[in-house]
Ligand binder design. Structure first.
Ligand SMILES: Nc1ncnc2c1ncn2[C@@H]1O[C@H](COP(=O)(O)OP(=O)(O)O)[C@@H](O)[C@H]1O
Ligand SMILES: [Mg+2]
Length: 379
């Protein structure tokens, strides 16, 4: 028997039945991948970067090999190299033997620990043990180019959570190294994507930084409300429930079109209904409350370390103050301390990823956090 599709999915990347829209972005990515154009994708967390890249990977023609690597867990340059090389070797070859052959020269100085999973069909895992003693960065970073040449195929390396690189010690030196090698490769291109807008922007939009103008910069937009309405209405209908277009767009608007929350809120609404039911405004209000409650622990963890001034600053933003924080009357009304304090407050909250600035105006990064914050701290 076929496994039934989940109606709504959040918190992991989505595909097929749970993936909607993104036609234009998919087309652009496909083209960039096939033509070897480097691409940078920036958006807040959980808007759909990983899902989009995985979706585009499935669409490209077979002369191009894509390699996907997530570097969220990498804390240093060489951890990154190990992760990168493993992904590269595995994903450019169809079998273990093939990649051993491919990379014989490269692996010669290593004694990789290869472990097979119990079932023959599942993946093998390797611990390569690449260190500065065994390989120079240049050698590692050129491996992709030599595999591409050998295979006569273009390679696109997709690096997820790329903002992590900004956290490594000596980050700028490493970035210089990567860029100077990557930009000369003829058969390998890169798709670098991540959240934390301030970090990604600093890496890619700051003239003084090595990755400035490295490639096609894509700020992933929201999925439009009309697309969500279609998705929500049809997914309810397929499970014998009905929801009006109006209420479906309310689900989207209540969470400001933030992809993963749209699916999560839709899921909460769905779980309040049975076959044959029609969704009402009460369902939506109740589901919104339960969504906010379900995030509370996480949000408390984010606000607990904040200072009183930082909390006050969040209150000011939540009250709708969008700029002019340095003005005496605003500082007084919200108790923000001295004028020189303002920049520091802003910076700390941006670094904590709680707020972001789009140009001059500040806003909360997370719409559900905003709802929760108002409910908890401003009554
Ligand atoms: N194209 C899409 N269609 C439907 N839901 C999506 C789409 N993109 C993102 N989502 C929702 O957002 C969540 C996070 O997506 P993900 O790709 O992991 O985002 P990111 O990589 O930006 O953090 C998914 O679990 C899903 O609920
Ligand atoms: Mg992701």
């Amino acid at each position: 028997m076929a496994i039934r599709n989940s109606s709504f999915v959040f918190g992991v990347s989505v595909s097929d039945y749970n993936f909607i829209g993104r036609e234009q972005e998919t087309r652009q990515l496909k083209l960039n991948f096939e033509e070897g154009v480097n691409t940078i994708i920036i958006s807040p967390r959980r808007w759909g970067k990983t899902s989009l890249v995985q979706h585009a990977r499935k669409k490209i023609n077979s002369d191009v090999i894509t390699v996907y690597v997530d570097i969220f867990g990498c804390k240093s340059e060489y951890e990154f190299y190990n992760t990168l090389v493993e992904a590269l070797l595995k994903q450019t070859a169809s079998t273990l033997q093939l990649w051993m052959d491919n990379a014989r020269g490269f692996l010669a100085r290593l004694s990789p620990k290869i472990s097979f999973a119990p079932e023959p069909s599942s993946e093998f895992s390797i611990a390569l043990g690449i260190t500065p003693k065994t390989h120079s960065p240049e050698e590692i970073l050129n491996l992709a180019e030599s595999i591409a040449e050998k295979k006569g195929k273009r390679i696109v390396i997709c690096i997820d959570e790329f903002q992590q690189i900004g956290e490594w010690s000596d980050s700028v030196t490493i970035q210089k190294r990567l860029r100077s090698i990557w930009q000369h490769q003829k058969n390998v291109s890169y798709c670098l994507f991540g959240s934390k807008k301030h970090m990604m922007s600093d890496i890619f939009q700051n003239k003084k930084m090595p990755f400035y103008q490295f490639g096609d910069l894509m700020f992933l937009p929201r999925i439009p409300t009309s697309t969500w309405v279609e998705y929500i209405v049809s997914h309810f209908a397929e499970r014998q429930r009905s929801i009006s277009e109006d209420l479906a767009s309310q689900i989207c608007n209540l969470v400001d079109g933030y992809s993963s929350y749209v699916q999560q809120l839709a899921w909460h609404v769905f779980s309040l209904t049975d076959e044959g039911d029609t969704v009402t405004t009460e369902h939506i209000m109740y589901a919104q409350k339960s969504l906010v409650d379900s995030c509370e622990l996480l949000f408390l963890e984010q606000t607990n370390p904040l200072t009183e001034y930082q909390m006050n600053f969040l209150r000011a933003i939540a009250s709708g103050v969008k700029d002019g924080y340095g003005n005496a009357n605003i500082r007084e009304e919200y108790n923000l301390g001295s004028a020189s304090n303002i920049t520091r407050l802003k910076e700390a909250l941006v670094n904590a990823d709680l707020i972001e600035s789009d140009g001059r105006k500040l806003q909360f990064t997370d719409p559900v956090f905003a709802l929760w914050f108002k409910k908890r701290f401003m009554n």
